[in-house]
Design a binder for this molecule. Sequence first.
Ligand code: KG4
Ligand code: ZN
Length: 406
Amino acid sequence: MYHKPQARERPDLPHYGPRGLPPTECLLRVLAIESSCDESAAAVLDRDRGLLAHELFSQIELHRRYGGVVPELASRDHIRRLLPLVQSVLASSGTSPQDLGGVAYTAGPGLIGALLTGAALARSLAYAWQVPAIGVHHLEGHLLAPLLEAEPPPFPHVALLVSGGHTMLIEARAIGRYELLGETRDDAAGEAFDKTAKLLGLPYPGGPHLARLAARGRRGAFEFPRPMLDRPGLEFSFSGLKTAVLHAVRATPDLSDTVKADVACAVQEAIVETLMAKAVRALEQTGLDVLVVSGGVSANQSLRERLTETVGRRGGRVYYPRTEFCTDNAAMIAVAGLARLAAGQHDGLAHDVPADAGPTHHGLSQHGHIRGGSAHEATAASGLAIQARAQWALSTLRPLPSTIDP
Ligand code: KG4
Ligand code: ZN
């Protein structure tokens, strides 16, 4: 799947104007690169003119026959795809290196080899162009994706982040100020979609396929557990769902397409209802009335309809990214990168990092998380301070200066 370049300038694309972004005189157009999993993507975002270009190459076909992402194949393909994508977004947005105020890239969490391909390219370009680079937290990218829309969500809000690897409820007080309210104890919601889809013989990644099949199913034909709904708190657990589906599939000798659609419908119901109940609980607990839903599963139409209706009935409002920015993309990395660059945060200019020094990463190494030598970190070239992190707690992100309480 290859999305053609955007037109040189897209008046229809919304202007980027996140709240809490401090005014700055510096040149603020960023190039962003995403390579944390199986999508290679690049984007150019301008603080005043909005999103100028974004492109993506999905590796789905490459991994399909293995039923999941093969990390080594992902890394190799990112190496092939990223530079042409970067060249293309620069050309289609009419951006030359002198126009750039920085280069943003996904520094983690994700597949370490895949992350390093984007980190190496971003930091090398920043070094060559003598502009700052900023390593972005992939989940902060997802959380801020709705800021690209014409009506961005206000802060504070409750964020429901539902992707292939994460299911979290977060109190987002401002850009960079995220408090984890609850998360999954085992499988993520996207994983639950994917694993149950696999049991029904659907291709990888199963989420969208299962959702399409569910639309043809009869409600109530099957009933699967709504895990942890009967308990207080904001934690999730989805691993029991695949066992329940496995039993149902085994107990049904004739797994016709109609029965599969019924199973898919019940799976989707169980996941959607669980997410909805906990999201409403989080709104009640925090006293907030704005819910932001992001990550791959936020593309699910049933989830969107049910949440919009339920939260609306309570007098609240739900915000989502447009569908193409629910799953991984570079536009969301550009939003997070631009917000941090605008606030003066960056990884340090590559040319002033001595060869024996750890990365300065002014924004994110505050608590020593980048500097350490943990097994989840990798330094490919210390002089350029190219680093990525397979694991990275969202709570360790530094708030933007403008959002720190006086
Ligand atoms: O955010 P994302 O692109 O990647 C991660 O950072 O994990 O999310 C991918 C996940 C996959 O599990 C995929 O099956 C799921 O999002 N997904 C969906 C839908 N579209 C994508 N799940 C349910 N319904 C959808 N329409
Ligand atoms: Zn993601």
